[in-house]
Design a protein around this ligand. Structure first.
Ligand SMILES: [Zn+2]
Length: 332
């Protein structure tokens, strides 16, 4: 009997689905690409044809210009070549999907980036039992256990209300994290205007166009220090320590990232208020998901593969590492 998933080839530039002649999240231009979500290390421009959710195609169009895209709704069933394929929610960012493929009686699921906890900006991860689960492992070490999101947001608000003469400047990636922080603040009852750095404006607008309520947002560029005092300001992490932040009223520098679990990373960025808010599964979410899906094999990509592989072995699940290039662990 052939090896499980022998029709899926792991190549340095991506996962090649041979019977469909398609690549998943390829790092180089390909004739046919299936894209899990809009982060730059997964979605690149220049492919011949792109299959992705309508939201991911809209994000790609915003970043790269028009794509030769074919939209696929969640759970819509397609047949490409000899493969039945559907996209199901991954809970990572707006439009993010896992790719479920069936061929010759085998089901293979590619998780893309994912998380299990609720996110007001996108539908929750849908578990699909499978024979082979190809999982990310960005936070694949037992040290990574993300706290409850609401309690991290409360820490932010506590600092904000403690000194109304200052602002809290939150570093958050422009796609997904920035809009999630805004919606989590709204969910905690914070309905004041939130100021933003110009670099996240287009994606804020796109999220709103696609139906995500962000409340009242104001461009920090047109505001005075007095106006921004006592308010939250959101900016990409690169702006935290640059000249731009000098326009702000004595900012408390915060950063929202799973990496804030590591004190040294917070110190490197001069972060005074580290907020452990991640768009990736933590160790418990990774292992819980594998238990739930009960795959015969787990293939592990970008991240800390070794510990998760060891966990699988001790739970009698075959596991191996895929060595894909071009993925970054910085989108969180
Ligand atoms: Zn991502």
């Amino acid at each position: 009997m052939a090896r499980l998933g022998s029709w899926i080839k792991s190549q340095p530039e991506g996962i090649y689905v041979e019977p469909a002649d398609a690549w998943i999240d390829p790092s180089e231009p390909k004739a046919r690409a299936w894209v899990t979500h809009g982060h730059a290390d997964h979605a690149r421009g220049g492919h011949g044809a792109v299959l992705a959710t309508p939201e991911t195609l809209a994000i790609m169009a915003t970043r790269y210009g028009p794509q030769n895209g074919q939209p696929v709704a969640y759970d819509e069933r397609l047949r490409v070549g000899e493969v039945d394929v559907r996209f199901v929610p991954a809970g990572h960012v707006l439009g993010s999907a896992q790719i479920v493929m069936e061929h010759k009686g085998e089901r293979v699921v590619v998780s893309g980036d994912y998380k299990r906890r609720p996110d007001p900006t996108c539908p929750c991860f849908v578990p699909v039992p499978c024979d082979v689960f190809i999982t990310e492992a960005t936070f694949g070490l037992p040290v990574f256990r993300h706290p409850d999101t609401g309690s991290e947001i409360d820490r932010l608000l506590h600092r904000l209300y403690a000194d109304p003469s200052r602002c809290v400047l939150v570093g958050a990636y422009a796609l997904g994290k920035a809009q999630r922080i805004i919606t989590e603040l709204r969910a905690r009852g914070h309905h004041e205007p939130i100021y933003f750095h110009g670099a996240i404006e287009r994606l804020n607008q796109l999220y709103q166009e696609l139906g995500v309520e962000l409340g009242e947002l104001r461009h920090a560029g047109g505001a005075t220090k007095a106006e921004m005092a006592g308010h939250v300001v959101i900016a990409p992490p690169s702006a935290l320590n640059d000249r731009w932040s000098r326009r702000l009223p004595d900012p408390v520098t915060a950063m929202a990232s799973g990496w804030m679990r590591i004190r040294q990373r917070a110190r490197q960025r001069n972060v005074e208020l580290p907020l452990i808010i991640s768009d990736h599964a933590d160790w418990d979410e990774l292992t819980m998901t594998i238990r739930e899906l009960a795959p015969s094999e787990v293939w592990i990509t970008h991240g800390r593969e070794e510990a998760l592989k060891h966990w699988c072995m001790t739970h009698q699940i075959k596991a191996c590492e895929l060595n894909l290039v071009g993925y970054e662990d910085e989108d969180d």
